[in-house]
Design a protein around this ligand. Structure first.
Ligand code: DC
Length: 225
């Protein structure tokens, strides 16, 4: 019998720090990393570029299956173009949140996400990693933080990338996005029953990374460092 590839699922709202924490945990373990939000963002960007209506569920699902996307050395590619900066824009994130509410879109992107599950292991971040995409994950974490601290973090990230940002607009957008992500009928944003909730409002990135790594060691799937 072939042993299953171990997965750590890190879900949570936007700007909760899950991407940074998941990326660092993957680096420490020498495992693969899936930023599932980037896949929704890529599809949204492709749709915007093609002038596709963001409510065209069938058209978006077809595009989602055909998408020419690449993740190479931390850069994100779409149709042979480096779109690493464009996928991070708030307009892209908001469009991603809208199309992510469409059931056929979520189904279309499922296999693409599951393809990241390759030995020796995977750390996956998103909204439904523990509940839908990798329900057999041996460790499920739900990272959260207050809306105000997440808006502040997002503001710093965007400014560091040289992108325009306004803290009040960010807070409003983030609250709207949380409400949309949490209230949708399919795979809503909420901790699954077997997830461990970690509030990072007062935690450093390092603390959060250690918390996850310690749990992974306790569960006996990764060796003590
Ligand atoms: O994590 P993020 O902000 O990059 O994600 C962008 C949007 O994509 C988010 O508002 C909701 C959607 N998303 C999702 O529905 N399911 C995922 N697993 C990841 C992201």
């Amino acid at each position: 019998m072939v042993a299953a590839v171990p997965v750590i699922a890190i879900d949570g709202p936007t700007a909760s720090g899950k991407g940074t924490v998941a990326g660092l945990v993957a680096e420490r373990l020498g495992w693969h990393y899936l930023d599932s939000g980037a896949i929704y963002r890529l599809l949204a960007l492709a749709a915007l570029k093609r002038g596709l209506d963001l409510t065209d569920e069938t058209g978006l699902a077809v595009l989602g299956r055909e998408l020419d996307a690449g993740f190479v050395d931390g850069r994100i590619w779409l149709d042979g173009e480096d779109v690493s900066l464009d996928v991070r824009r708030e307009t892209t994130g908001n469009a991603a949140s809208k199309i992510a509410a469409l059931p056929a879109v979520r189904v279309a992107l499922l296999a693409r996400q599951q393809a990241f599950c390759v030995a020796p292991g995977l750390v996956a971040d998103g909204r439904d990693m523990g509940s839908v995409v990798f329900p057999a994950s041996f460790l499920k974490i739900f990272l959260t933080a207050t809306a105000e601290s997440r808006a502040e973090r997002r503001y710093k990230q965007l400014i560091e990338k040289g992108l325009a940002a306004n803290i009040d607009d960010l807070l409003r957008d983030l609250q709207e996005r949380d409400a949309r992500d949490a209230s949708r009928a399919i795979a809503p944003l909420r901790p699954c029953e077997d997830a461990i909730v970690l509030d990072t409002t007062k935690l450093s990135i390092d603390d959060a990374v250690h918390f996850v790594l310690n749990l992974a060691v306790q569960r006996g799937v990764v060796p003590v460092a």
